[in-house]
Design a protein around this ligand. Structure first.
Ligand code: NI
Length: 141
């Protein structure tokens, strides 16, 4: 038997089933994602959001969004100009790498994101981060 596996897998994601409804009920912080699963080198994160995030861009990765509850908007600065997409509950959308974006949810929403482990919530470049936005690579549940 090899002992190579004696090094524990470093992961803050639980290797147990996670009920998203219960997970969402376990924290109140806004714009502060919790990691609910890890898939290869990607995190599945959930967040409660309300109001505006901050303009930012992820230079090296796309960012996937699934709206679990409420309505999320994402403002986008694309080469053709600025636009905003509206994502009702159950919608999915992927922000392409390198595109400046700013999620916002005037009435609040619960969202799920799928992105490489270590991806910062405010990207690689961003406007000044307001106090209500958590700069993080995701917290444990
Ligand atoms: Ni982003």
């Amino acid at each position: 038997m090899s002992s190579e596996s004696s090094e524990a897998v470093a992961s803050i994601a639980p290797v147990v089933p996670v009920a998203l409804r219960q997970a969402l009920a376990s924290f109140d912080a806004l714009w502060s994602p919790r990691i609910v699963q890890r898939v290869n080198d990607y995190d599945v994160r959930i967040a409660k959001v309300e109001g505006e995030h901050v303009w930012h861009a992820h230079e090296h990765t796309d960012e996937f969004f699934l709206v679990l509850d409420g309505e999320l908007h994402i403002a986008l600065r694309e080469p053709a100009g600025e636009r905003s997409v509206t994502l009702p509950t159950g919608s999915v959308f992927t922000v392409p790498r390198g595109i400046e974006h700013k999620p916002y949810a005037p009435d609040g929403a619960a969202i799920l994101m799928f992105e490489p482990t270590g991806t910062l919530t405010v990207g690689d470049r961003h406007d000044e981060v307001p106090a209500h936005v958590d700069t993080t690579t995701g917290h444990a549940l």
